[in-house]
Ligand binder design. Structure first.
Ligand code: ADP
Ligand code: MG
Length: 642
């Protein structure tokens, strides 16, 4: 109960205050601002999905607001739609347009993605402007707010509707973000490669997230239309986009509270600009904050950094402007620019980012207790009767080649990994070992050759699809989800545990599933001896623990084939010994393992068969003792040493 109040207390108080305000304050202007707060809150929560969670610069949200507004406005004016059907339609239309834009745009990263969304925004506004038969173009579209269940909505009624929708969106987002979906969003930002390798389609998740965020923009647009009852295309141009970005960044990315704080800022902004006194107060407060931050920074390191000096200068300019400029409205863009600059440089984590940290220090909310670990047999099943054909071929490579331009990294490798075996892959540096397993696991497509797993051709060139076929791997250069806890790292891989369709996840029915996944993940952490570090962030763990965590995570896939690329690299002796023990345990559960390893003692201790590569070719194969004595192997290693 205490936990619940600590976490939810602020939400409940804020909600209660927002609900009762219309009874207390009857000032229509204030009510109008609150209505806008709810609408922009929904809009920014949607924008935060891409900007915050996916970490992409999305410049299309203003357009989705406009499309949603026009769609619901026109459906009401010409289609006779009621208010809720019109809002639902705006949501669905923007969901579809969002997917259509995301499908090509999210193949791109960084500036290309930003430009794609920017052009979409320009296109949308132009169409709204020029399609005069439908939208009445620049002249503007007037509409009237339809009734809700036969009741005409007065200002307070409409405000409550907006608030109710904001609460629904808030709760839905909260459920989504605390489910495997939210975890996948975090994971794909930390390591897209590992996310794909864990069978979570990065691209698919990004498209869905973007479409969902756009749909929220459409919903906000519908409310916007019914709020103003008059629409003009030029309300939805870049200027609004910049303000929206400012709102998300200022409020704090990856935070529902941040979105609402940002929305409050956006709502107050026009008043700020039209009221000189308010603007002066705001600028001076901003300058004082920037000075305080600079002073703090100076204490800490005795040297002023650009990050703290620049906001002081920018806010100083704003203060000078607020006392000298007569028509602040005309300087709007310059003012936004100064604020955006100060926020981006001086407050990269936004208001809620800082407040969150401070609050976390004040109230230490205890983590929810974990369930008892599952039985390992239920998580990684022992091979059953139908797997009795142990020692039959599981993985077969036939004449596999992979060239990089002129580099023949792998130049015709054939090998067979038997079911249940530990198969060593050794060879001097640069002999092609990592490339072989990168081709098997789908990171690279083979230049030529065939790969089959249990008789079926393995999907080529897709980590995601190879993972689906039963291949799991670790990486020579660790690819953990650094910001996630050890437990969450493993839970990302437990895709098979999650069966609930997303609408039910949004409604908050995923708790049971989550606990089951936690119990399963704990069992896997136990297997590698990390059960006591379940709540530790992956990037805060020791190097050895990180290596073991990658193995536990790969096992979460319940793989038929586990590939370990130099798991002992950089391990101190006790850790290396523990690694051997862990691999023995996994082997004991009947999972076939391909092990790339440099330490010959580890290879000898574990491997049934060893394949030796040199220059992208197989030069020897046999037991560890056999290959150690093989003349070509001795020659290759001696050559490498020389
Ligand atoms: P190993 O894992 O045995 O040390 P690798 O498979 O990493 O060897 O590399 C084999 C050869 O292929 C090396 O010469 C390496 O430089 C080259 N290589 C590997 N990956 C790439 C790549 N993505 N692009 C170009 N060359 C590569
Ligand atoms: Mg390698």
């Amino acid at each position: 109960m205490k936990r619940f109040l600590l976490i939810r207390g602020a939400e409940l108080i804020a909600l209660l205050a927002l609900v009762v305000i219309p009874f207390v304050i009857t000032n229509p202007f204030a009510l109008g601002l609150l209505t806008l707060l709810a609408i922009y809150g929904i809009l920014l929560i949607g924008l935060d999905v891409t900007v915050g969670y996916l970490g992409q610069v999305n410049l299309g949200q203003a357009a989705f607001l406009g499309i949603g507004a026009y769609a619901s406005g026109l459906l009401v004016a010409h289609g006779g739609f009621g208010i809720l059907p019109a809002l639902a339609a705006a949501f669905v239309i923007c969901l579809m347009l969002g997917s259509l834009l995301a499908l090509p745009a999210l193949r791109l990263e960084g500036p290309q993605f930003a430009l794609a969304t920017l052009s979409f925004g320009a296109l949308a506004v132009t169409v709204l402007n020029e399609w005069e038969d439908l939208t009445q173009g620049a002249q503007g579209l007037s509409l009237s707010r339809p009734a809700l269940f036969g009741q005409t909505l007065d200002a307070a009624g409409f405000y409550w509707l907006c608030l109710a929708l904001l609460v629904l969106v808030w709760l839905g987002m909260k459920n989504l973000l605390s489910s495997q979906w939210g975890r996948a969003f975090e994971a794909l930002r930390d390591s897209p490669i590992a996310t794909d390798a864990m069978g979570i389609g990065v691209y698919r998740h990004k498209v869905i997230a973007f479409a969902f965020g756009s749909a929220l923009g459409g919903l906000a647009g519908g409310l916007y239309a019914f709020n103003f009852q008059y629409l003009q295309p030029h309300s939805f141009t870049y200027e609004l986009m910049v303000i929206l970005l400012l709102g998300v960044v200022l409020g704090g990315r990856k935070s529902l509270w941040g979105a609402v704080v940002g929305a409050a800022f956006i709502v107050l902004l026009p008043n700020l600009l039209s009221n000189p006194l308010l603007f002066r107060v705001f600028s001076v407060v901003g300058l004082l904050l920037a000075l305080m931050a600079a002073f703090n920074d100076l204490q800490g390191r005795r040297r002023l950094r650009f990050q703290t000096l620049a906001p002081v200068v920018a806010m100083g300019l704003l203060v000078i402007g607020s006392f000298t400029v007569e028509h602040t409205e005309d300087w709007r863009k310059a003012i936004f620019a100064l604020m955006l600059f100060s926020v981006v440089v001086g407050l990269p984590e936004g208001l809620m980012g800082y407040a969150g940290k401070a609050l976390a220090q004040l109230f230490r909310v205890p983590a929810a207790p974990l369930p008892p670990a599952s039985r390992l047999d239920d998580v990684v099943p022992m091979p059953g009767a139908d797997d009795n054909d142990a020692h039959s071929a599981l993985l077969e490579l036939r004449d596999v080649k992979r060239h990089f331009g002129g580099v023949r990294a792998v130049d015709g490798v054939s090998m067979t990994v038997r079911a249940g075996a530990v198969h060593g892959l050794i060879g001097p540096n640069g002999s092609g070992k990592s490339t072989v397993v990168n081709v098997i696991s789908g990171l690279y497509a083979p230049t030529s050759g065939q790969i089959a797993l249990a008789g079926a051709e393995l999907p080529y060139g897709s980590l995601y699809r190879a993972a689906g076929a039963g291949v799991a791997r670790t990486f020579q250069n660790l690819q953990l989800f650094g910001e996630l806890s050890a437990l969450d790292n493993v839970m990302v891989a437990l895709r098979a545990t999650y069966k609930l369709p997303w609408p039910l996840v949004l409604l908050g029915f995923a708790r049971g599933e989550e606990r089951r996944a936690q119990a399963d993940a704990l069992a896997l952490l136990q297997l590698v001896g990390l059960q006591d570090q379940a709540r530790v962030k992956a990037r805060d763990m020791t190097y050895g623990a990180q290596r073991f965590l990658e193995i536990a995570r790969a096992l979460g896939r319940k793989p038929r084939l586990l590939i370990l690329d130099e798991p002992a690299a950089g391990l101190a002796h006790p850790d290396a010994q523990q690694l051997v023990e862990i691999i023995r345990r996994i082997h004991g559960r009947g999972i076939a393992i391909v092990l790339i390893e440099h330490h010959m003692d580890v290879v000898t201790a574990l491997c049934d068969t060893v394949t030796v590569l040199d220059g992208g070719l197989v030069i020897a194969e046999g037991t560890a003792d056999e290959v150690k004595r093989h003349p070509r192997v001795i020659e290759a290693y001696l050559g490498a040493a020389a």
